[in-house]
Design a protein around this ligand. Sequence first.
Ligand SMILES: [Zn+2]
Length: 422
Amino acid sequence: MKNLANISFSGERFWTHFLAFSNIGALSQGGVERPFGSKEDLEARLYLQNACRAIGLEVQVDPIGNLWAVMPGTEKLSMIAVGSHHDSVPQGGRFDGALGVLTSLETLHALKEGGYKNRHPLALVSFTAEEPNPFNLSTMGSRTVAGRLTKDSLIRSRDWNGRPLQEAILAVGGNLELVEQARKTSNDLGAFLELHIEQGKRLERAQKPLAVVTGICGIHRLDVTVIGEANHAGTTMLADRHDAFLAASEIALAFEKSLLDEHRDDLVGTIGRFEIFPNAANIIPGSARFIVEIRASTVELMHRIASLFQKKAQAIAKRRGVQFNADVILDQAPEEMDKFLIAALEDVSTKLQIPYDRLFSMAGHDATHMASFTKAGMLFVPSIDGKSHCQDEESRFEDIVLAGQVMVDAIIQMDQTLDNNS
Ligand SMILES: [Zn+2]
């Protein structure tokens, strides 16, 4: 494998770690389950700490439980970090998150072994609780670092069984009482690079082994309630009904139409959670509750669709004699990846003669939150058949090694050219 500074990413060493790491929370069909706060989460953290110490990195756990493993620099400059997350969705795959953490480990190992003298402190970071969890706080670690979650809201958080978040955070080595110290600024962290699986089919279709990510979509979620009238399913004439389910269904289809009418591939929407009450075969549904999610590349588009949806829904509700109510429960802005980092990743890929695509991510990542206060960049490797968040999740070893080498050479280029004195 070609490299630019005589330092090469070792695919074999990466793969040995990857196989061992995949045993933590291993499932029978090849996937893993490592939810935040579980014993598998703790085991994964221990594995990473040992692996980092074995190559001479200084391991620190911040107050939200993020793991930072640092290679000190020769100059007093802000840190450059590489990483991702080690937790997984229920019945998840081996690659989501873990790929970024373990390629970062190998990147730092290769730099160390190659005798590279880094000017900036370099760090591997594995963020706490990136995936949805019983505390309803996804990307918990990176959002805290970005100052987007307050101490109060974290201390108040409990899971579905009433277990306080603090209990889970103490167990992973953090402490919410000190959580404000987890906050970083661009002076502390000058740049962040995350390697991740694409989780889609675009790279496979383009037959490219790599993508440089240009931005990450915004996410807007509405908690919607439709209140109709529960009544007898036999004796209530069709004309007399205020069926909450049918009203919600018409609203759902109107939502789909608003999305389709835009004819764009940087806009998607989903109603992935839906409940009706009382949910009985012989009762006309009295109410429905569902979550409407919109993802888009710009705030303007995201908000325009959200208000168009509410307008259409109100009109349908009025015509059907039901009440419609929507509360915004998430309004996360899209983030562009840093131009300097995009240029570095493209330059290195070109010099290494690796064909790459430019992709805008419609999946959320820890890098979104890093991008809110510092330079952030991302690389995608193809997902076979576009499968992710399932046990069949798979990426090709050869593609991973190419991306790993890009990471090594991009870190060197960033270390030599980024000059943000702290
Ligand atoms: Zn992920």
